[in-house]
Design a protein around this ligand. Sequence first.
Ligand code: FAD
Ligand code: EPU
Length: 345
Amino acid sequence: MSSQYPSLKPFNTLGINVVARDITTAKTIADLCDAWQTCQQKNMPFILLGGGSNVLFLEDYHGMVVINRLMGIQVEEKDDAWHLHVGAGENWHHLVEYTLAQGFSGLENLALIPGCVGSAPIQNIGAYGVELKDVCEYVDIVDLQHGQIKRLLADACQFGYRDSLFKHAYRDGYAITAVGIKLAKTWHPVMTYGELTKLNSATVTPGQIFDGVCHMRRSKLPDPEITGNVGSFFKNPVVDAIEASEILHHYPDVPHYPQTNGAVKLAAGWLIDQCHLKGYRIGGAAVHRQQALVIINENNATSQDIVALAHEIRQRVGSKFNVLLEPEVRFIGAMGEKDATEVIS
Ligand code: FAD
Ligand code: EPU
């Protein structure tokens, strides 16, 4: 596509310089539905973006990119909890800061995750022992074709590790418009991770956890404002009990997290690190030196550079550990989403 089209570079945190046929902002549900209808009429693809911090545009996008800016935070106080109704276009980290400033605890472990509130349920964002599902009360979606709003209670969202119904049955033709969050007045600090374990459980405050999380994140994750990235490029692989015991037999040091069903989650960053890939480059893309699970746009990387590097990482980890990594990031082709695992296989 020619350069007369608008660049997507400011709208994806990897900083991939491709263009879209059109980029528009939606401030209301009606804007979203209108944009969808226009795309239907013109027979062109439609994609909604929040902060663009979990997407890889593989090539120029032949459709309309809609930037979600449905704003607003409403708070209702009940005896045992604060109930928040948050517009999908609100910035996630600003929400965390806002709640702490109001004296509401519960979101402190999820500080500094880029992107919008409306994207948080999609992969059930998680960090430092807490996931969105732990605080989510409901998710509101709109059927873009008919304009009907539907409320899904958290139990219906099928939240899993980096997964939910919004990646499956409600992936196409729907948009998340708001998220309901319940923050209990009785606070249970989660201090199971890294430097948080050193805090004193008798005196700890939500602010201390927030500061600890921000400190840990800044020490290993690159700031997308400075260095393009999408956080963890791959998911941590979950292997069955037999595979896990095989790997643990050969590599007893592998960080691993037993799951409820006997399966075991392995630390992908450790597996990549053991392949001595930190700092490894293809074109302008590189494996981050402080955290091997992060691919960075070091020097005007193209999406081909990123895909080639992800392919190489998957091959090397597969050969050494017999574990095949799968991307966490969503891959977007000219006409819509592509199967990311297939693209890098
Ligand atoms: P986008 O990239 O804009 O969109 C992601 C996908 O959701 C796209 O397919 C898009 O079409 C779809 N989508 C977006 N909004 C909507 C909507 N309203 N309705 C329907 N579909 C929609 N993630 C974690 O879980 N934990 C972390 O600790 C974490 N750390 C990160 C650190 C860094 C430095 C970076 C860059 C990323 C990190 N991430 C992390 C990943 C990312 O921040 C999250 O996945 C975030 O929720 C993505 O939000 P976004 O608004 O940027 O989504
Ligand atoms: N490790 C290494 N070398 C590395 C990277 C990690 O040895 O280069 C080891 C660490 O020492 C640690 C283990 O691997 O023992 C896990 O690493 P880390 O604590 O950094 O967490 P992670 O599993 O790599 C996950 C999430 C992050 C989330 C953090 C904190 C996934 C895919 N990633 O990373 O989420 O912030 O835990 O909870 O689950 C994201 O999804 O984008 C993301 C950043």
